[in-house]
Design a protein around this ligand. Structure first.
Ligand code: AMP
Length: 624
């Protein structure tokens, strides 16, 4: 791992979540989430106590929660800074260890200890601080910590107290939706904007409407004003899992004509993995075991799943409508998605329909708040943030084509916002899906560029190679977010993906990539030309072979011999281009293709004439 140079007194960004917490750091290469020794980025917000002391924190504590229910504290954030009465009313008795602490505050009894929620949070924060110190190799004393937009002063103060107990100075408490906006560079360009942050996680849903008021030269940074918030503290991915688990149990029971079970923990876990797969696939086959040990199977389609969860997702949209009304129904410029449940296609669809905008999904919705906290930390530290502030596309953007070459759609230094479209087709008969790899860089072959994303256009109707028309569109908006969409014109099949191309790039890296492209320019161009020739010739050879097989009886022997000889020559070039492209003489290759093109003209005419004869409608005379 490359460490930042001469790092001293860093400020880390912390997303202190209800279920998971994350720590991130931002340097010249942009923000990144730091992992613990097990490679985990999401640290469960769980602590296990024994004999009055914390003995496990994070994923270890979460994994053993079923074994030590009375000793493990989960979701303590729900109690942060609340009075006992308030906490009891709000959590509906869900936190079983809840008790009255000093001054009527909500406290938790676990493993022989009576704890304030901020003491539990301090254990989590101390663990995040430790992870950062191991990863950065220096001592860490300062942090930016995020809280929900609706947290009141008491809850914010409790968060600061937790930081202090963990040996951290909370230099700024930032609203979670503001952090999400910062991760996208919103507000960094001095524009006034109104944004909606839709946060749908595992257990809660929040919608915030924010107004970004530019700095105006004071140097204090942009102001993110919360116009309104709405949400549901008991609506999230867990409810979706429950619905799906019940559906699976019912469906299986119908097959067996038995009585449906209450979904077990194992079935809920299966439901969650089925849900996650359904975000990518149209249907999932599952096998499961009922509580009496009977093996069962059923299949869930995306359509069934969507029908099942629609009322639940609609509740989030109703909350969006409330927040919009409360915020004075402002015109929304952007929608930012936060939380794992925003990966569900129906969620994305209903949100984009409600706001009539394509929501931002480019940054991982689980990491976006922590990344934004790290961005805020780097701004406070006074680090330069040139990478995200570029107003031009730093490196060309394109897609990989058959054979591994790059078709560049947007060239480096194009001003943003920028847009480009290009038509592509398939290379194999009856291809029903096309894989699109989005790349960034100045080199001619995709393997020498940086891969930004891969996505698939599925469900194409079977057609001969070269017939489908896949229109690929690149759009880089004012915040530098790239949206790539592909649509097959005949069938209307579409797919899209979003990325932030500037993430992870430093100015030096951009310069190095550019310099490398100049060194390799000549050989890269040759490689690209040979690969393109090979792809085109392979299609030509296939068509000529087919036409020759159909019309051979109508052609003269010497003509057939000549075409076959030229075909053999071109096949050799294609073979060599695939094996050792750098050694192929591109001009000779092109000349061989040109010769065959000319020679096959007569063959194509004969073939077309034959097809027309076969298609011709019988004349009156031929009717008996
Ligand atoms: P968060 O609280 O933001 O960590 O979100 C966690 C929730 O997101 C859990 O309910 C997960 O099951 C859900 N989730 C994570 N990935 C996906 C996915 N690909 N599709 C649907 N839900 C997901």
């Amino acid at each position: 791992m490359s460490l930042p140079q001469l790092l001293s007194d860093p400020i880390i960004g912390i997303d202190l979540g209800t279920t998971n917490s994350l720590v991130a750091f931002s340097d010249a290469a942009g923000p990144r989430v730091l992992c613990n020794e097990a490679g985990e980025r999401m640290i469960a917000s769980a602590v296990r106590y024994s004999n009055g002391a914390a003995v496990a924190v994070g994923c270890d504590a979460r994994r053993s929660a079923a074994e030590y229910p009375a000793e493990t504290v989960l979701s303590s954030k729900r109690l942060m800074g609340r009075s006992y009465d308030e906490a009891r009313a709000r959590t509906g008795g869900e936190v079983s260890q809840l008790c009255a602490g000093a001054r009527g505050l909500a406290a938790i009894r676990a493993g022989g200890a009576t704890l304030l929620p901020q003491e539990v949070a301090a254990v989590i924060l101390r663990e995040l601080r430790r992870i950062a110190e191991v990863q950065l190799g220096v001592s860490v004393r300062r942090a930016v910590i995020t809280v929900p937009a609706y947290f009141d002063d008491g809850q914010r103060q409790a968060t600061r107290d937790a930081a202090r107990l963990a040996g951290l100075d909370a230099v700024r408490i930032v609203n979670e939706p503001t952090a999400a906006a910062l991760a996208y560079g919103i507000g960094a360009r001095g524009r006034s904007e109104t944004i909606a942050v839709y946060d749908f996680g595992g257990g809660t849903f929040d919608i915030s409407i924010l107004q970004v008021i530019p700095d105006g030269g004071s140097g204090d940074g942009d102001l993110f004003r919360v116009l309104s918030t709405a949400g549901d503290t008991h609506l999230g991915g867990d409810d979706i899992d429950e619905l799906l688990a019940r559906h699976i149990a019912r469906d299986g029971a119908r097959e067996l004509e038995s009585v449906a079970d209450e979904p077990t923990r194992a079935l809920r876990d299966r439901a969650e993995s089925t849900k996650i797969t359904l975000s990518l696939r149209e249907s999932v086959d599952i096998e499961f075991e009922t509580s009496d040990g009977t093996r069962n199977a059923c299949s869930v389609t995306r359509a069934t799943f969507d029908g099942l969860i629609r009322p639940l997702v609609q509740r989030t949209i109703d909350a969006c409508a409330r927040a919009m009304r409360d915020g004075g129904s402002p015109a929304i410029d952007r929608v930012v998605m936060v939380g794992g449940s925003t990966r569900i296609p129906l969620v994305r669809q209903l949100v984009s329909e409600f706001f009539a905008l394509e929501p931002y999904t480019a940054v991982d919705p689980d990491l976006v708040v922590a990344l934004g906290a790290a961005v805020q930390a780097s701004v406070l530290r006074g680090d330069r943030r040139d990478v995200l502030l570029l107003d031009v596309i730093p490196l060309s953007l394109g897609i990989e084509t058959v054979g591994g070459a790059v078709a560049k759609l947007l060239m480096r230094n194009a001003m943003i916002p920028a847009r480009a479209t290009e038509l592509f087709s398939t290379s194999v008969d009856n291809q029903t899906s096309v894989r699109l790899q989005v790349v960034q860089g100045e080199r001619e072959m995709a393997c020498d560029c940086r891969s930004l994303a891969t996505f698939e256009l599925r469900g194409l109707p079977a057609m001969p190679a070269g017939i489908p028309q896949v229109e690929v569109a690149f759009l880089v908006d004012a915040n530098g977010v790239l949206q790539v969409s592909a649509v097959e014109r005949r069938s209307g099949c579409r797919a899209s993906v979003q990325v932030v191309p500037s993430y992870g790039l430093t100015v030096e890296e951009i310069e190095r990539i550019e310099a490398e492209s100049l060194v390799h320019a000549r050989s890269d161009m040759h490689h690209h030309r040979v690969v393109d020739l090979a792809v085109n010739c392979a299609l030509d050879i296939k068509w000529i072979e087919e036409a020759l097989a159909k019309t051979r009886s109508e052609l003269s022997e010497p003509y057939v011999t000549k075409v076959e000889a030229l075909l053999a020559q071109l096949r050799e070039f294609v073979g060599a281009a695939r094996a050792t492209p750098h050694e192929v003489d591109a001009d000779a290759f092109f000349a061989a293709k040109d010769l065959l093109d000319r020679a096959s003209m007569h063959l194509h005419e004969t073939s077309i004439a034959r097809s027309l004869r076969e298609m011709s409608i019988p004349t009156k005379e031929s009717i008996p």
